[in-house]
Design a binder for this molecule. Structure first.
Ligand code: OAD
Length: 248
């Protein structure tokens, strides 16, 4: 049985509004590699090389191929019990928002409907010239071709946030509103190293929320929040859901 406190259970059960900030760790048990753990994505590739607009313009084929590969991984995997437990919390509680740094769409696939995607979604792509959306899978053309817009011939890029880019305004607003309202904030499977997302748990706490993180090890913000629950998201979240259900 994961070691979360009774206080966390009671606060969630009584919350008028609650939220979860999620990171790559929640999708790890689905088979999506994280960024910074051993074997993670940034170990194999440097973000400077691939996740910025200059790298893309220098070598569009390389960057498109990397994202096409990541898209192929994501298209094959399924949500895990952690994603499903958060979707269930949305149904159980009055108001529940998932704010995710993940680009894999697995929260929506698990049934969450109130999801703010701070870093975009790897299933989408668009043209850097005319901004027209491209069909899913368009970044993986046959052979050595560079993937181009069917309408204007411009380069296609994934609809994800790269280093040095602004986060999508509407998604940020939804995240800010959820952070202001939340009585409880769960920070799940994130190293809490990449800002502005990493500031959300502390902002929620400053607004009066009870903040608990769920991670296989303490994150960078562990000493600034109320509780760290050590364990896999796919074990802890279903157990937490059951405990909340028992008293809600
Ligand atoms: P990281 O790879 O930095 O962190 C993953 C976290 O998940 C670590 O703290 C792990 O300990 C934890 N973890 C691993 N497996 C877990 C499990 N089964 N259950 C619970 N926790 C687990 O990923 P993020 O924090 O999401 O941004 O990284 C933030 C951002 O950095 C990403 O969105 C991406 C990257 O640069 C962009 O691409 C803009």
């Amino acid at each position: 049985m994961p070691a979360f406190s009774q206080e966390l259970v009671e606060r969630l059960a009584q919350a008028t509004s609650a939220m979860a900030l999620t990171g790559a760790g929640i999708s790890a048990e689905s088979g999506v590699p994280t960024f910074r753990d051993p074997g993670g994505l940034w170990e194999e590739f440097s973000p400077q090389e691939l996740a910025n607009v200059e790298a893309f313009l220098d070598n569009p084929k390389l960057v498109q191929s990397w994202y096409a590969h990541r898209h192929a991984v994501v298209a094959e995997v399924e949500p895990n019990p952690g994603h499903y437990a958060l979707a269930e919390l949305e149904r159980l509680l009055e108001d529940f928002t998932v704010v995710t740094q993940n680009v894999d769409g697995l929260h929506q696939q698990a049934g969450s409907t109130n999801v703010a995607e701070l870093h975009g979604n790897i299933r989408r792509a668009y043209c850097i010239d005319c901004e027209a959306p491209a069909p899913e899978g368009a970044l993986a053309p046959d052979g050595d071709d560079i993937a181009r817009c069917p309408t204007c011939g411009g380069l296609l890029r994934p609809d994800v946030v790269w280093f040095g880019e602004m986060l999508p305004r509407k998604e940020v607003q939804r995240a800010e509103q959820a952070t202001q309202r939340a009585d409880v904030c769960l920070s799940v499977g994130t190293s809490a190293l990449v800002y502005p997302a990493a500031a959300i748990p502390q902002q929620a706490r400053a607004n009066g929320a009870y903040v608990a993180e769920i991670n296989i090890e303490p994150s960078a913000i562990a000493d600034q929040i109320d509780e760290t629950v050590i364990g896999k998201a796919g074990d802890v979240l279903p157990a937490l859901l059951d405990a909340v259900r028992a008293i809600a």
